[in-house]
Write a protein of this length. Structure first.
Length: 183
């Protein structure tokens, strides 16, 4: 077995503690860098803040469990989103459909109240339209809004890049139609 001088000098329990500490640092760094994006992803799969928070906790736990198995075959971000996607799909299959949807308030800093109200209403219509998309299309839109490229989305969802493009095109068409009806 290959080992370094430092590894030979440390007892096995100390070596495990060092490895665990390094894993904890990596986990904390990944959540600090990607936590907000993972929360937004979770929100796209849920209807209430409580469900979103539960899903975020499930995602974090799954990342912790999966991190020791990360082989570096993709980016860390893709690895995290793949775990989050899988956990969210599992979460959806376990819960009962709920009729209520929570609307997130985004404050408008513009001074014109009428323009602010119109923008807020349009944002609400868009959020509702995205939530109303079938899951296949909502997944692609959510990941695209997180700044992922087609290749990363394809890896996260386990589909081809061409399929990502087709789903995104169809989702855009559905959103356009939905927004026109909402006017």
């Amino acid at each position: 077995m290959w080992s370094t001088a430092a590894e030979q000098a440390l007892p096995e329990s100390d070596l495990a503690a060092v490895e665990r500490a390094e894993l904890e640092r990596q986990f904390d760094r990944l959540l600090a860098e990607n936590g907000a994006a993972l929360a937004r992803l979770a929100a796209s799969y849920t209807n209430t803040a409580a469900d979103r928070d539960d899903l975020v906790q499930e995602i974090a736990l799954s990342i912790w469990r999966g991190l020791p198995h990360f082989r570096g075959e993709c980016s860390e971000r893709t690895f995290l989103f793949r775990i989050a996607h899988n956990r969210a799909v599992t979460h959806l299959t376990r819960r009962r459909p709920q009729a209520t949807a929570e609307v997130v308030d985004i404050p408008d800093s513009r001074p014109n109240p009428e323009a602010g109200l119109a923008r807020e209403q349009q944002g609400e219509r868009l959020r509702n339209a995205v939530r109303a998309l079938p899951l296949l299309y909502r997944q692609v839109v959510t990941l695209m809004l997180e700044g992922m490229e087609y290749g990363e989305i394809a890896q996260v969802l386990g589909i081809s890049e061409g399929n990502v493009g087709a789903r995104l095109s169809r989702a855009r068409q559905m959103l356009r139609e939905s927004m026109e009806v909402a006017r």
